[in-house]
Design a protein around this ligand. Structure first.
Ligand code: ZN
Length: 455
């Protein structure tokens, strides 16, 4: 008991000293939450918050509307001289009158519809969001959502803005609790974060993967369907981070925009810098197989160009051994790739056989290659993804020493898309829809391989 009285006495003595310090300088309060000491002392040092005369900061006390106006007024350096206000219930001689009037003039606070300000009422977290968004001129919105804040509600925009800015955040259960009173600690954090970026909270979520936008303009929405409002757009080539997948929709973000996009307009990116050589088989005087009105060299080049587009969209550098109808000797193809910095080689061909019932897709590697393991893995990834994309018969991955893939210093594989001699395969090989599917399949297989290599 005696000990407690000593503390009180000491506290009074301390307060006695405080009043003789220069204006705005107050010694540290003894009840400031340790976790937020830095932010709260930042405000104390600038005279933005002051404690009670008993030396307490009272961290869990709720903030009244006049206290809120005062603190934000000090933070922004508004005119705090006590004076008449536009609000009937706020007298000129009340401590907050100057800040209330100034904040009103700045458009930071508004009264109730009956024209009053109700200075002694507590401020809610929703009202505070409005005040803070105005005070710090926040304009940016994103797809931040809280389960208890309806997107049609009047406070939605303000709560979204303070969240997007990293000034306010919700609770761990996904709620924002807009109707709850705000405590002195919570309010102090908002003001400190508004004033100093280093205090801001990150709204960042885990990144599952990065993808790239593959359409000219991609709408970004506030939720996972087209019925949600548009919050912005990404242009082709924008690299986005994926945080969540909900059906066909991805929750994504870039540095400045967050929202939902449809998965089909994005593609995976390759990590690190990758250079692939795509070799369109045959060319020029060497047409390859010719059946069913199809010329192999033409199919191969067409699919190869589509593969190039998909891979370039995914951030992979692509070298083409030929990009037109040119004859290139077999021995020159892989060495051209290596000499131009390719780390991987994929040759694209179409098959033919005397028996028209032979059909399906197969991918080759060579155990004579200096990179057998990688070559085989690359072949496996491409074969899986290509068969799935084309819906052709899976003839598997085979070890055959074709000239362009044997004795090579980089992982190399040769793809046979399907048989020009088989009616069903030939129909696909002649169709630009299926050629595109094939290209997507090959491209996805290559990215799978690069991701596997990256591990
Ligand atoms: Zn061929």
């Amino acid at each position: 008991m005696l000990k407690n009285w000593l503390y009180v006495g000491f506290g009074l003595l301390l307060f006695g000293l405080v009043v003789f310090l220069p204006q705005g300088k107050v010694l540290a309060f003894h009840d400031v939450p340790e976790k937020y000491e830095t932010e709260i002392h930042y405000l104390i040092d600038r005279g933005i918050i002051q404690g009670y005369p008993n030396g307490n900061f009272a961290p869990t006390d709720v903030v009244t509307r006049e206290q809120a106006a005062t603190m934000v007024g000090r933070a922004l350096g508004l005119d705090g001289r006590q004076r008449n206000t536009v609000f009937p219930g706020v007298d000129a001689d009340s401590f907050a009158s100057g800040y209330i009037q100034s904040a009103y003039e700045e458009g930071i606070i508004t009264g109730y519809t009956d024209g009053t300000y109700k200075p002694k009422e507590t401020m809610t977290r929703g009202e505070m969001a409005y005040l803070i968004s105005k005070a710090f001129s926040l304009h940016e919105i994103s797809a931040v959502t809280y389960e208890d804040v309806q997107s049609s509600g009047s406070q939605y925009e303000a709560i979204n803005k303070v969240s997007t800015a990293g000034i306010a955040n919700g609770y761990d259960d996904g709620t924002y609790r807009p109707d709850a009173s705000i405590t002195r600690t919570e309010y102090s954090l908002l003001v400190a974060r508004g004033l100093n970026d280093s205090f801001k909270v990150s709204q960042e979520e885990d990144v599952l993967e990065t993808r790239v936008v593959t359409t000219d303009v991609l709408n970004v929405r506030s939720g996972p369907s087209t019925s949600y409002s548009r919050v912005g757009q990404f242009v082709r080539g924008t690299v986005i981070e994926v945080h969540q997948q909900q059906g066909d929709w991805l929750k994504v973000s870039t540095g400045s925009l967050k929202g939902y996009v449809h998965k089909d307009y994005t593609a995976r990116t390759a990590s690190g810098s990758r250079v692939i050589a795509i070799d369109a088989g045959h060319g020029g005087k060497d047409g390859g197989a010719e059946f069913n009105g199809l010329v192999e060299k033409e199919i191969n080049l067409n699919v190869a160009k589509r593969v190039r587009n998909y891979l370039e969209n995914s951030g992979v550098k692509v070298i083409m051994t030929r990009s037109d109808d040119t004859f290139i000797p077999l021995d020159d193809r892989n060495s051209y790739a290596v000499n131009n910095g390719a780390d991987t080689f994929v040759s694209i061909h179409s098959n033919a056989f005397s028996d028209p019932s032979a059909n399906g897709t197969e991918t080759f590697y060579s155990s004579q290659s200096q990179r057998v393991t990688d070559s085989k893995q690359l072949a496996l990834f491409i074969q899986d993804s290509l068969v799935e994309a084309l819906g052709t018969k899976d003839r598997g991955v085979k070890d055959v020493p074709y000239r362009v893939i044997r004795s090579t210093s980089i992982p190399s594989t040769l793809v046979e898309l399907g048989f020009t001699t088989n009616d069903s395969d030939a129909e696909k090989l002649g169709s630009s829809y299926w050629r595109d599917r094939a290209a997507k399949g090959i491209s996805d297989g290559i990215i799978d391989y690069y991701e596997w290599k990256g591990k």
